[in-house]
Design a protein around this ligand. Structure first.
Ligand code: ATP
Ligand code: MG
Length: 361
């Protein structure tokens, strides 16, 4: 199958910090799996423009994280030969398309977006809400449609963005009587716990902005320290007390990351997670023991990722080259969509014969 026949996948990450377990289980893992099927043409975007929407006064943070995110991609198993890595700010289509799309979206529609509402609250924007932040779902629609992506492997927080994108696509194709733009669909993780992985503090979402993350680059000691101080069930005071496993981040992480082989290796008294949960609920199982097991699980999972990361970090100029090449490719592909979009709207004055026929000759 040639690249032009393959279905397209696009995702992105804000370079506001290194990537964490939430990114890994929510999106990265699926990207790697999809990449390795060989069936798709995949783009991954470092969303520096989107990161600027709430970091305009702190661009240094973004500069510092461009290569960090690239390293996380490589460490997780994305390969530049199979997946195009690119930087958002250097692809002109991604700021041209939002100009057209923003005329198809109302303010009240933007204000109804539940993810945006939650993020505004979290950032205490109140009267100082940047226009760019409010409109980033439109910019995201441009990112997805510029490449005609059909699939977007993301965490649950992105569903409202995809809904907004589909509305823009449908409005555009209807108003300009064309079928240029493609309606994307989300690919969510199979495991419920991974759709919105909670933070180590038990907060609703592991997020760079909340400081409740285990990063893919964390060393062994840091992982252990974060796991051992994780929030658990506050009503489980004595070992003999019955405990709650639901809404308990330690058990949520075990849901997301452990398997029966890990029980056989690190905690053979229990056959599987169900048995462990059962004992915790009954009482008589201490948090320390469960956390020690979780630490083993985390270490086993993160060690190969960290080692690959350290290997790639030895040649930083190669990372920049990966981004430069990928960005060139992204510019080429997205410019084709821009041409089609201009033609559909009818603002292609310099290349359109019918414009000349009607208004000049
Ligand atoms: P920020 O706090 O700067 O918004 P973030 O941690 O929310 O950062 P993003 O760059 O906004 O990360 O998200 C990138 C991708 O990772 C998205 O597809 C998002 O759904 C996914 N993702 C991020 N955090 C989680 C999480 N805790 N659980 C599942 N998926 C997540
Ligand atoms: Mg986010």
């Amino acid at each position: 199958m040639s690249n032009t026949e393959k279905e397209i996948i696009l995702t992105g990450d804000r370079p506001t910090g290194p990537l964490h377990l939430g990114h890994f289980v929510g999106s990265l893992n699926n990207r790697v799996k999809l990449q390795n099927t060989g069936k798709y043409h995949q783009f991954v975007m470092i969303a520096d423009l989107q990161a600027l929407t709430d970091n305009a006064e702190n661009p240094e943070k973004i500069r510092q994280n461009i290569l960090e995110v690239t390293l996380d991609y490589l460490a997780a198993g994305l390969e530049p030969d199979k997946t195009t890595f690119f930087v958002q700010s250097h692809v002109p289509a991604l700021y041209e398309l939002p100009m057209y799309y923003s005329n198809l979206v109302t303010m009240s529609r933007l204000e109804r977006n539940p993810t945006i509402k939650a993020e505004i609250k979290l950032r205490n924007f109140e009267r100082n809400l940047p226009v760019g932040f409010m409109t980033y779902p439109i910019s995201q629609a441009a990112d997805i449609t510029a490449f005609k992506a059909k699939f977007v492997p993301v965490g649950e927080d992105q569903l409202p963005m995809l809904e907004q994108t589909r509305e823009i696509v449908s409005a555009f194709n209807r108003i300009y009587k064309c079928e240029i733009l493609v309606e994307p669909q989300a690919i969510l993780p199979d495991n419920e716990a991974c759709c919105r992985l909670v933070g180590t503090d038990g907060g609703t979402k592991m997020s760079k902005s909340l400081g409740n993350c285990i990063y893919l680059k964390d060393d062994e000691k840091t992982i252990k320290q974060k796991v051992m101080s994780m929030f658990t069930d506050p009503t489980h005071i004595n070992v003999s007390d019955p405990g709650h496993t639901e809404n308990n981040p330690v058990f949520i992480y075990l849901d997301a990351f452990s398997n029966d082989d890990m029980f056989a290796e690190y905690l053979p008294e229990y056959k599987n997670l169900e048995e462990l949960k059962e004992h915790y609920r009954r009482g008589g199982l201490g948090d320390m023991k469960v956390k020690k097991f979780l630490n083993n699980v985390m270490q086993e999972m993160l060690k190969p990722i960290r080692e690959r990361r350290e290997e790639y970090a030895k040649d930083k100029s190669a990372l920049l080259e990966i981004l430069r090449k990928g960005t060139e490719h992204a510019i080429e592909i997205s410019n084709k969509t821009v041409d089609e979009v201009r033609n559909a709207i009818g603002i292609n004055y310099f290349s359109d014969q019918s414009f000349k026929d009607n208004f000049i000759d």
